[in-house]
Design a protein around this ligand. Structure first.
Ligand code: ZN
Length: 268
């Protein structure tokens, strides 16, 4: 088996996770910038984090022969302070040429507030000005449907944005068609408690087709499973999906989306 992990927060994982993922056939790991579990006190905290994502983590991953890529932004959870967000967004351009940066993400909404929306628009503008791919985080549970609609409106209202260059992550049964119908890519996050289980994700693949969908573990410092993608592949095999269909879902699809950034090169 070979697969791409398109969304994992490796800075909060141990080296055993790299070993397990490499052993399971992981050909590349992509790490969106995220909330650290606590609010950072100044833009300097983000500057150091961006260095960790662009300099330190790729070296750590290379020790396990896994190419490491990342996305940069200030996450929606820390976007309530628009002044802080402005200062952090100003730091991003100097990192965009780093060899492992794929684009702007994971941007989006957390509580669907006015300030979060403003910061989302600032990120979308930065991505449009600099020609970057976009990875979007959608809110949790009861805020997800409304948040997804608000996010799609922001992206559609900016004429510079091409939907096929944006992935809307953490979709569930009630948001996946909104996203795909507008020509965007959709990501499904495999979590043991919230978000999708492997069985639900494979149901969605079966119902909505597998053209513009990918699966990820979004493993971080909380309850999450770094091997969730290969486990979902096992679920596909158990249901009788052909080897090629499994390969397309866990390798071919993320490869197609991510290769829109010429820097993306998985270990083949
Ligand atoms: Zn994430």
């Amino acid at each position: 088996m070979r697969y791409i992990e398109p969304h994992a927060h490796m800075v909060s994982r141990v080296t055993d996770d790299y070993v397990a993922m490499a052993t399971a056939g992981c050909a590349a790991i992509c790490e969106p910038a995220f909330w650290a579990g606590y609010d950072r006190s100044s833009p300097k905290g983000f500057f150091d984090y961006f260095r960790q994502l662009t300099e330190h983590e790729p070296k750590r991953a290379a020790k396990f022969s896994v190419p490491h890529f990342c996305w940069l932004c200030i996450n929606p959870k820390e976007s309530e302070d628009v002044q802080l967000a402005t200062e952090v967004i100003d730091l991003i351009p100097e990192f965009l040429n780093a060899p492992n940066v794929l684009g702007i993400g994971e941007i989006g909404l957390n509580k669907n507030s006015r300030n979060e929306l403003k910061v989302l628009e600032m990120h979308v503008d930065l991505a449009a000005r600099t020609g970057q791919l976009i990875l979007v985080h959608t809110p949790h549970l009861e805020d997800k449907f409304k948040g997804t609609r608000l996010i799609l409106d922001v992206l559609k209202n900016d004429r510079r944005i091409q939907p096929e260059r944006c992935i809307i992550d953490h979709v569930e049964e009630h948001t996946v068609d909104l996203v795909l119908d507008e020509g965007f890519w959709a990501g499904m996050t495999l979590y043991p408690e919230t978000k999708c289980t492997a069985a639900r994700a494979v149901d969605i693949l079966e119902c909505y087709g597998s053209e513009k969908l990918w699966m990820n573990s979004a493993c971080d410092w909380g309850v999450s499973v770094p091997l969730a993608v290969p486990y979902a592949a096992l679920e596909m095999r158990r249901r009788g999906h052909a080897t090629e269909a499994v390969d397309r879902a866990i390798f071919g699809n993320p490869l197609r989306f991510l290769s829109q950034c010429p820097k993306f090169k998985p270990a083949m």
